[in-house]
Design a protein around this ligand. Structure first.
Ligand code: ADP
Ligand code: MG
Length: 184
């Protein structure tokens, strides 16, 4: 049966690692698989999807979610999407269209931004998914469960691509303390 799996959590929670694991174990041939990520994510090598833990898989960078449809062929069985939160509100409809063609979708993304607000299409995608995989990280300060993305530099735009040079996973308490320290 065609299914939509959504992997979500804060930064460094292992979302991309999980996506790559599911890719490696999906059992389909290379020509039956499409892997995409938004072009905005320029942190790593262009034609690869990389995790912070050092894993990678071949993938294409695309500018908008409509481009996914242009890669679909008769052989396509499954589509993996990393950093899906950057694709904006149209991605939900596109995923629905893909599922209707009997192609499975596995997507991963940040469900909350650095202010812990819903990130773009993620609430809709959570409702649509047949399977939600919620991941947590370890708090950078206390090593307890990390559920929040803390931005370590002062910058107010929702989209600011970076890794551990700009972000830390934190527990709610340490995220809160960090946010208060910024406003004081
Ligand atoms: P996500 O896609 O959710 O950001 P990744 O799958 O890319 O997460 O990688 C998460 C893993 O990366 C962590 O479990 C950890 O082992 C490792 N890692 C590497 N560098 C860092 C870092 N600076 N902070 C936290 N985790 C890191
Ligand atoms: Mg990732």
């Amino acid at each position: 049966m065609t299914s939509f799996t959504l992997i979500y959590g804060c930064m460094f929670s292992g979302k991309t690692t999980k996506l790559i694991e599911l890719y490696q174990h999906c059992g389909f041939e290379q020509e039956e698989i499409i892997v995409v990520k938004p072009v905005i994510d320029n942190r790593f090598v262009a034609d690869k999807v990389n995790s912070h833990s050092g894993l990678n898989m071949p993938g294409m960078r695309i500018k908008n979610p409509e481009q996914i449809e242009s890669y679909i062929t008769e052989s396509t069985k499954i589509i993996f999407i990393d950093e899906v939160q950057f694709f904006g509100s149209r991605v939900g409809t596109i995923i629905q269209n893909i599922l209707m063609q009997d192609i499975a979708v596995v997507a991963s993304g940040l469900d909350r931004d650095y202010l812990h607000k819903d990130f773009g299409p993620m609430p809709d995608l959570k409702r649509m998914a047949d399977k939600n995989i919620a991941l947590t990280a370890r708090c950078h300060l206390c090593n307890e469960k990390g559920t929040h993305t803390f931005r370590t530099i002062k910058n107010d735009s929702q989209i600011l691509v970076g890794h551990d040079n700009m972000y830390q996973a934190r527990c709610e308490k340490h995220w809160d303390e960090g946010m208060k320290a910024f406003t004081n």
